[in-house]
Design a protein around this ligand. Structure first.
Ligand SMILES: [Zn+2]
Length: 70
């Protein structure tokens, strides 16, 4: 029994644990941010990188726009 590092007050296994292990996807943006914070705390860097990459990467269609202009 351990409290989740994201300060939700819930147990890790009932909070960010399933997200970090890939069992569940974050249902909300807040849950995603909490899980990423928890991943930092627990040094689960592959999870941080994976979740950051998909949410901050520019949309592919930006490149299409540049090609249309050229
Ligand atoms: Zn949590």
């Amino acid at each position: 029994m351990s409290e989740c590092p994201c300060c939700s007050g819930k147990e890790f296994d009932l909070c960010c644990g399933p997200l970090l292990s890939g069992e569940k996807k974050a249902a909300t943006a807040e849950a995603l941010m909490r899980s990423r914070y928890t991943a930092h705390v627990k040094e689960e860097y592959p999870y941080v990188i994976a979740s950051t990459h998909s949410s901050t990467r520019p949309p592919d269609n930006e490149y299409d726009d540049y090609q249309d202009v050229g």
